[in-house]
Design a protein around this ligand. Structure first.
Ligand code: SF4
Ligand code: FES
Length: 248
């Protein structure tokens, strides 16, 4: 396949960026999107040019590091798929592909396509954990949890913290991410002790980081590579109201 790539290049967060066009003349349909970029970078390095910086780690759809807007869509055109699991067979020879970094004020650009997603780490640190004593593994397994509740928790726990939800939202809201954290704990007995404090602190941190409010556009749900439902946002707002009623 022959492709033309329009890639956002930016030296650092203080320098202006620009789109730069590259030819990718020999792309295999079996390559992943990141392998295609690896090949382009090999060519740039061979010419003595600066390779394109982009984020990645596991390349198996589990770490949440890969983060590209591809033709205006977070993680590209295939539903329920991370950028690293997107294959070039989803494109046609002759296609032009625009590649940009995540778009959100709270994800500032570090270089080219790499953004700083430390805001998500700070939201997790504000409440996305269980710190009370929950016993050992046998104790956890001894507490009966209905299949329905366990499924709701596990569905939310699929979030990999990639940030696509915020990058795709016209209001740059990260409420799908916050909601996934809230929902994964609220459906388990171990999550009850800190339930009010968790949602209050995480929503406050979400706002402090500069993410916008949810307006039910549902773009987050459409681009989420783990297909997290906006049900978790409704649960978060319900839990937030409950926390305020409890004075937390
Ligand atoms: S909710 Fe989905 S899109 Fe948002 S961070 Fe989690 S996995 Fe990524
Ligand atoms: S590189 Fe880990 S999810 Fe894509």
């Amino acid at each position: 396949m022959k492709l033309k790539l329009h890639v956002w290049r930016q030296k650092d967060g203080n320098s202006p960026g620009q789109m730069v066009t590259y030819d990718a003349p020999d792309v295999s349909p079996d390559m992943s999107f990141l392998e295609m970029l690896d090949e382009v970078n090999e060519g740039l390095i061979a010419k003595g040019e600066e390779p394109i910086a982009f984020d990645h780690d596991c390349r198996e759809g589990i770490c949440g590091m890969c983060s590209l807007m591809i033709n205006g869509e977070a993680h590209g055109p295939e539903r329920g798929t991370t950028t690293c699991q997107l294959h070039m067979r989803k494109f046609k020879s002759g296609d032009e592909i625009t590649i940009e970094p995540w778009r959100a004020h709270a994800f500032p650009i570090i270089k080219d396509l790499v953004t700083n997603r430390g805001a998500f780490d700070r939201i997790v640190a504000a409440g996305g954990f269980v710190s009370v004593r929950t016993g050992g593994t046998p104790d956890g397994n001894a507490i009966p949890i209905s299949k329905e509740e366990a499924d709701l928790s596990m569905d939310a726990a699929a979030c990999i913290g990639c940030g696509a939800c915020a990058a795709a939202c016209p209001n740059a809201s990260a409420m799908l991410f916050v909601g996934a954290l809230v929902s994964k704990f609220k459906h388990l007995p171990q999550g009850q002790a800190e339930r009010d404090r968790r949602v209050s602190n995480m929503v406050a941190q979400h706002d402090a980081e500069g993410f916008g409010n949810c307006r039910n556009v549902r773009e987050c749900e459409a681009v989420c590579p783990k297909e997290i439902s906006i049900r978790v946002i409704a649960e978060t707002y319900r839990d937030y109201a409950r926390a305020k009623l409890h004075g937390k």
